[in-house]
Design a binder for this molecule. Structure first.
Ligand code: P6P
Length: 340
């Protein structure tokens, strides 16, 4: 057998390098990996058995819940509750923090996840994904959990990543020391290290944004898009537009090839001028990954990982990807801010 490194082996190796590591993290990650395998099996069969279509429910985001969304959410809550190392969970599908049932052992970790992001693409077989963000509680383990334990800045994450369900199932994550990619070998049911130490190119050739909403954007975003489409940009030719409408798929392509993903503020509703992506279960984990791979993630002006969350389902404008491309956006926003 070639030098095949499994994800459990990789975590254990890294565990050694984390001072005071107690193996709790490995327990948590093993349950996450098992959840990924179970969800991957359902996603890959989605066209064959009746897990397509809508459940008829509406989630906290006001979106119609697809059966696979609900299934993935149930699997993650069930498996992670049994890790014995969590004090709380939060899901994009649930309005409130999910407490670990009393009869299960608890620990000091908190995990926030989007169980199946991009689910509107399920029926047309476009890549979808699970996104996760892991923190350690800050309050005393014996005390009652505080909302500030869950609503931590993204820079406090101890790990983050995503599982991409597509032509192959991939697990990409960072525990702070580099970004590593694992591909599921279905013949043995193991995630094998396939992309060690992923680095995002300093400058890309791709921009990813839903141009259908351009009329609702602020002037800075419009200016940024015209830069990437202009032959006078740093590349001396227009960037290619690539947007599939599934964050994990768009992000993953840009992570490997380089480029910038944008989900800007949307001025349709002056009361909600912040765009669609959720800070805690989409922007923070992706920002953690991209920074550990050498890229940047901002809301236009501010580093995503520095934003103090005020509530669980808070949204944020999101510009994320190759450092030089994100810096162009930041310079445009800063110039406008100086003019105001
Ligand atoms: P739009 C999926 O619902 C999602 O949250 C992300 O996966 C994706 O990037 C975005 O929405 C797509 O949104 O408004 O372009 O369809």
């Amino acid at each position: 057998m070639s030098q095949q490194v499994t994800v459990t082996e990789h975590i254990l190796l890294h565990q050694k390098m984390i001072p005071g590591a107690t193996g709790q993290f490995t327990r948590l990650f093993n349950e996450l990996v098992l959840s990924a395998k179970i969800i991957a099996r359902a996603v890959n069969k989605a066209g064959l058995v009746d897990v397509l279509g809508f459940t008829g429910d509406i989630n906290v985001q006001g979106e119609e819940v697809k059966k696979l969304d609900e299934y993935a959410n149930r699997i993650l809550i069930h498996r992670l509750s049994r890790s014995g190392v969590l004090c709380a969970m939060a899901s994009e599908e649930n309005a409130d923090i999910i407490e670990v049932p009393e009869n299960f052992p608890r620990g000091d970790y908190i995990i926030i996840f989007d169980p199946l992001d991009g689910s509107s693409n399920i029926d047309v077989n476009v890549n979808i994904g699970t996104i996760f963000s892991i923190f350690k509680r800050r309050s005393n383990s014996d005390a009652a959990l505080l909302s500030s334990d869950v609503l931590q800045k993204g820079s406090e994450q101890v790990a983050a990543g995503y599982i991409l369900y597509g032509s192959s199932t991939m697990l990409i994550f960072s525990t702070g020391d580099g970004v590593h990619g694992f591909t599921l070998d279905p013949s043995v049911g193991e995630f094998i290290l396939s992309h060690p130490n992923i680095r995002i190119p300093e400058q890309g050739k791709i921009y990813s944004v839903n141009e259908g909403y351009e009329r609702y954007w602020d002037r800075d975003t419009k200016k940024a898009l015209s830069y990437f489409k202009s032959p006078k940009n740093a590349l001396r030719k227009p960037y290619s537009g690539r947007y599939i409408g599934s964050l994990v798929a768009d992000f993953h392509r840009n992570l490997l090839y380089g480029g910038i993903f944008m989900y800007p503020a949307d001025l349709r509703d002056p009361k909600k001028p912040w765009g669609k992506l959720r800070l805690t279960c989409e922007c923070n984990p992706m920002a953690f990954i991209v920074e550990k791979a050498g890229g940047l993630a901002i809301d236009g002006l501010k580093r995503i990982l520095d934003i103090e969350p005020e509530h669980l389902h808070q949204r944020a404008p999101f510009f994320c990807g190759s450092a030089k491309d994100v810096q162009v956006v930041q310079e445009i926003f800063e110039a406008e801010a100086r003019r105001k």
